[in-house]
Ligand binder design. Sequence first.
Ligand code: SF4
Ligand code: FE
Length: 484
Amino acid sequence: MITTQEDYLESLMGMKKRIFMFGEEIENYVDHPMIRPSLNAVAMTYELANDPTHVELMTAESNLNGQRVNRFTHLHQSTQDLVNKVKMQRLLGHCTACCFQRCVGMDSFNALDVVTYQMDQELGTNYNQRFRKYLAHVQEENLVVDGAMTDPKGNRKLSPSQQTDPDLHVRIVKENEDGIFIRGAKVHQTGAVNSHEILVMPARSLKEADQDYAVACAVPADAEGIIYVVGRQASDTRKLEGGRIDVGNYQFGGHEAVIIFQDVFIPWEWVFMCREYQYAGNLVELFAAHHRASYGGCKVGVGDVLIGAAQAIARVQGTEQAAHIKDKLVEMVHLNETLYACGLAASYEGRRSPSGTYMINVLLANVTKLNVTRFPYEIARIAQDIAGGLLVTMPSEKDFNHPEIGPLLQKYLVGSDEFPTEWRQRLLRLIENITLGAGGVGYLVESMHGAGSPMAQRIMLTRLADMDAKEAYALKIAGLVEEG
Ligand code: SF4
Ligand code: FE
C-alpha cells in the first residue's frame, strides 16, 4: 500500500510507461524536471493524509472495507463527505498552488458507482459489483487513477460513428471471451503520466449506432499499447534552466497529456460499461457535476495563494496602505469566497442515490463551475493590477546573479527597503506563474474548459432551472392567474 511520498515515487518507478515530450521518448520521467513538479503535487495528496491535523479531510471510512482510506479513493457516503471533499481541495490548493490532479479519478468513481448500480437494476448486469471490487483494490493499494473522459471528437457536427475516421472517440474494436480491445485517444488528460491506472469513460451521450463507443473500463497505466504525449505549457522550459526563482512555483505544477490507446486489451473484470449506450450521457453528466463542484475547492485554494501574493507584493512595493489596493484585495476575497460558497452549497444540497453513494446537487455544481469560468480571470486581472508592470519586464534570475549587473539590478529594482529585492522577484514570478505562466494552465484556461466549457454549464442550467415554476410565481403575484 502506498502511504508516503517516497512510496508513491517508488511505485511509479516500477511502471514502464511510454511517454513522449519534445519529440523524444522519456526514460526516467519521475526525475524529469518538467514532470517532477506535477508528481510533487500529487504526492501532497499522500503526505497531507499522514498529517494528523488533516486526517479528517484527507481520509474517510470506506463503505467497501470499513478501513480509513485516502479520500481521493472514497465513495461519498454523506453530504459531510461531499463538503469535506471541497475543503480538502481548497487545502491542497493552498499547499501546491496548482492542479494536484487526483480529483478526476475520485469524481469518476462516484459517478460510475451510481450509473453502474442503475444499469444493474435496469438491465440485470453485474457492473456495480465488478466496479466496487476494482475500487476496493484501488483503496487498498491507495492508487492514483486518471479519469479519462475527453475524446478528440473530430468534427463536432458528427456523432462518433459518423466521423470519417472512426477512432476519434475511444471505441471497442474487438472482443473475445477474455475481454475487449479499445482504440482511440483521450485528450487534456490531467495527471495522466502520474497515474497508476486509467479509468476510461465515454465523453458524450450516444445513440444505438454509436454503441461501440459506449465503453467504461479500467486499465493499468503502463499496459501494452498505451502512449502518452505530454502537453506544452506557457514558460514550461524555465523548469529546464536550473534556477528556482524564474519558475515562479518551482516545487509544484500540473500537467496534461494526450493518451493514445492502440488496441489495448481490457479483461472483463475491469469493464464497467460495454455498449450500453443509453447510460453514456448520464455517466458524463454525473461525472461533470462532481468535477464542476470540485473547482469550488481547488481553484479557491489557488486563489487564496494568489490573493496572498498580491497582498505581499503590495507590502514589498510600499502600496499596501493605499485605499484602492485594500479595496482590490477585498474584491478578490469576495470573488474567491463566492466560488467556495457555491462549491459548499452544491455539497450540502447533495442527495443519496440508490447505490448509497451521495450525489452533488447538479444545478448548484453547474453554477459553481460557470462562476469559475469567470472569477479566477477577474482575480488574476486584479493581481496583475496590484503587481505592476515589472511583472512582465523583470530581468531573469541569471541577470540578478551576474557579478556586474546583479548588484545594479538589486539596487534599482528594490521596493520598500524593508524587504530584499529577492522578495519582489519571487512574488512577482509567483503571480506571473499563476496568471500568465504554467500555473495559469490550471488556474485560468482549465477554469474555462476543464469539466466542460461554459456553454455546457449553461445548457445544464437551462435544463434544471424550472423556468415554468418561476413564471408561475410571477403570474400569481401579478394577479394574472386565479389563486388556487
Ligand atoms: Fe482536482 Fe482541480 Fe486539478 Fe480538477 S482541476 S484535478 S478538481 S485540482
Ligand atoms: Fe480539471
